[in-house]
Design a binder for this molecule. Structure first.
Ligand SMILES: [Zn+2]
Length: 253
């Protein structure tokens, strides 16, 4: 089994991932045609799949141009088939996609949008999480409820800690200031943030991030933490209450 992943930065802070296993090549969330196609040509690849995590334009604007240029099939969640251009196949939770000599499983993760999915490769321990989990943060709630997002994050939290999280945005440094504010006693967080700062100084990506690191440092995965509950002066609260406070405060940050 094998899975090669190429990260292509587009726009200000998006990543498009080019996946390769044997003769199969997939583009995850191609929000732009020209810049991604340039990378594909340089790598001498021919994509035969597009995997869309959700319908936002910065993840899907390249779809139709790629469909014109290559013989490929576009996969999205079944929910998003009517609002993502060019979709051929609608996916539901738990579905398997065979890809080269490996496969991925679909996780239905509503919250950021109502049709959001992630592509999980268990054999390679890789998750393409779109705009659900970010390093040190999580996606905004454009369509879903707090409960939906909280439960979606819980599902990611239960994956093996060695899972590499390929999220679509380079927001880590921006998220770090907020995380340090609400979880100021967290030494692992401080250590991770200095690593992030060094990477960004050298213009290097912080993505993928390890789930283990997120479990230790990402406040949205640490709603059980007494320190974060104290920050909000919450007593006798549920993790869901903490999550709601975190998400609301992050929106104003
Ligand atoms: Zn989005």
């Amino acid at each position: 089994m094998s899975l090669n992943v190429h990260s292509i930065p587009i726009f200000n802070d998006n990543y498009v991932f080019i996946l390769q296993s044997e003769k199969d090549v997939a583009l995850v969330d191609p929000g732009d045609f020209l810049s991604v196609n340039r990378a594909i040509i340089q790598l001498s690849l021919k994509p035969n799949f597009i995997f869309n995590t959700h319908h936002h334009w910065d993840h899907t604007d390249g779809n139709l141009s790629f469909k014109n240029a290559y013989d490929l099939k576009i996969y999205s969640s079944k929910y998003d088939m009517v609002r993502i251009p060019g979709v051929d196949i609608g996916l539901v939770d738990g579905q398997k996609i065979y890809f080269g000599d490996t496969f991925c499983e679909i996780l239905f993760l509503p919250g950021h949008t109502l049709g959001h999915i992630a592509f999980y490769f268990p054999q390679e321990s890789c998750l393409f999480s779109g705009d659900t989990l970010f390093s040190l943060g999580c996606g905004r709630l454009f369509e879903g409820t707090y409960i939906q997002m909280y439960q979606s994050l819980k599902r990611i939290q239960k994956l093996p800690p060695k899972t590499q999280i390929y999220c679509t945005h380079e927001y880590t440094q921006r998220n770090a200031a907020f995380a340090c504010d609400v979880d100021s006693k967290n030494l692992q967080l401080k250590e991770y943030v200095s690593k992030v700062e060094n990477l960004r100084k050298m213009d290097k990506p912080t993505i993928p991030t390890l789930l283990q690191t997120e479990l230790e440092c990402n406040p949205f995965l640490r709603c059980h933490s007494k320190d974060i509950q104290d920050y909000f002066q919450l007593t006798d609260c549920s993790e869901m209450d903490v999550f709601k406070q975190l998400r609301d405060l992050r929106n104003q940050y």
